[in-house]
Design a protein around this ligand. Structure first.
Ligand code: GH3
Ligand code: MG
Ligand code: MG
Ligand code: MG
Length: 376
């Protein structure tokens, strides 16, 4: 979950506009009153985390209190390395970064922070006593989001922090929306598996890889048995539950490189890279065995005593693989797996069948024995 930054942060109107303390100044005596933190722990809005990177203890403390006063959680780092440790372990929502640090150039710290930007937007406000045009432009060019010249007023630092956190909040929302859209574009809405379009793209890729490197690739198409009857008997929502359950069983049985998609209504397609026919058939048996074992309770159905029926669902599967004679395109691989599935249905359902390739002389070249329905 992204932290939400930028709401409470806009905070109250500044009560005073103090100048930033210089070395030797007395620290402010009063900490913010407890009412400033009343919203903390309410579970409504997490406070933004602000990292202050400042080697002068007086200035660091002043910044800390100025920002804490607005409800932010403030962490202080006294040098560049300390700052990077914080950013790497748990990125803050905003960094106030002093340019002159004892161990590293602040701009170098900035560069490293901004290298993480692909994952997460971490806004950085540079703070520096050197505020000539060149310093400001260089800081912004390196990737700073804002530049503040020391000494600065409390009101200004608060306003700029709030403004930066508003941008951060919008950026986070955009990133989340983009990630969601990317997921939706490749996924099937009901099962969360890949959708058909993504399946076809991935099959083309894997087929090409198989042609280029000579690795086998197997394709399994799995179709639930008598699914229409199940829908008719228990209703469409029950059927949807079975589809999700089936998707879970298939996903949990696959290895990482395998690709599983919802190919059609109650059909699933599984691409098995670097897997020969024998391996694919064994996997098919494992999946079918687990589907056979699983029960779905259908409330409101017999047996009357429990008011619940335990429904079992089986599936049939067809497997084809490349390289096989005659299978020269991904489309032909699908046709051949489909043909094998058709035979699995024809032979009685709840079983796996392999495509039987025909060599040019007409002889049967498929190697392993046909897999049949296991007993028990
Ligand atoms: P077979 O064993 O020959 O495969 O028989 P079948 O009944 O499974 O095959 P058929 O193609 O006749 O019926 C498929 C059914 O799948 C019909 C359709 O209502 C159902 N279906 C397709 N998509 C969905 C869906 O998203 N949700 C639900 N609940 N049912 C679906
Ligand atoms: Mg300094
Ligand atoms: Mg079907
Ligand atoms: Mg079916």
């Amino acid at each position: 979950m992204q932290r939400v930054a930028g709401v409470k942060h806009e905070g109250r109107a500044p009560e005073e506009s103090a100048r930033a303390p210089q070395e030797g100044d007395k620290l402010p005596a009063a900490l913010p009153g407890s009412s400033d933190y009343a919203w903390l722990g309410s579970g409504v809005m997490p406070a933004a985390r602000v990292l202050v990177v400042e080697d002068s203890p007086a200035q660091a403390e002043w910044l800390k209190q100025t920002l804490a006063h607005q409800g932010y959680r403030v962490i202080v780092a006294r040098d560049g390395r300390g700052a990077l440790r914080h950013v790497m372990s748990d990125a803050p929502d905003l960094v106030l970064l002093d340019v002159m640090l004892p161990d590293m150039d602040g701009l170098e710290v900035l560069r490293v922070i901004k290298m993480r930007s692909a994952e997460q937007f971490v806004p950085v406000i540079l703070i520096s006593a050197k505020a000539d045009l060149e310093s400001r432009v260089t800081g912004l060019r390196v990737g700073a989001d804002d530049f503040l010249a020391k000494p600065f007023a409390e009101a200004e630092i608060q306003a700029r922090a709030a403004s930066m956190l508003r941008i951060k909040s919008l950026q986070d929302q955009l990133r989340e929306a983009k990630a969601l859209l990317e997921r939706l574009a490749v996924a099937d809405g009901l099962t969360g598996l890949y959708n058909r379009r993504t399946f076809e793209e991935r099959l083309r890729d894997e087929f090409r890889r198989s042609q280029r490197y000579g690795d086998p690739v197997s394709l399994m198409i799995l179709d639930l048995d008598h699914f229409k009857l199940l829908n008719d008997e228990y209703g469409h929502p029950f059927g949807d539950r079975v589809l999700r359950g089936t998707a879970e069983i298939i996903s949990s049985t696959l290895r990482d490189p395998d690709i599983c998609a919802r190919y059609g209504g109650e059909e699933f397609a599984i691409i098995l890279p670097k897997t020969n026919l024998e391996g694919a058939l064994a996997l098919g048996e494992r999946i079918l065995a687990q589907l056979r074992e699983k029960t779905y309770s259908a409330p409101g159905h017999t047996p009357v005593a429990t008011g619940c029926a335990d429904v079992r669902v089986t599936a049939s599967a067809g497997v084809a693989f490349h390289p096989s004679p005659g299978i020269t395109t991904p489309e032909l691989l699908i046709d051949c797996a489909d043909e094998a599935l058709y035979r699995a249905k024809h032979d009685g359902r709840d079983r796996v069948r392999a495509h039987t390739a025909q060599a040019p002389n007409g002889s049967d070249v498929s190697s392993p024995a046909q897999s049949s329905k296991p007993t028990g």
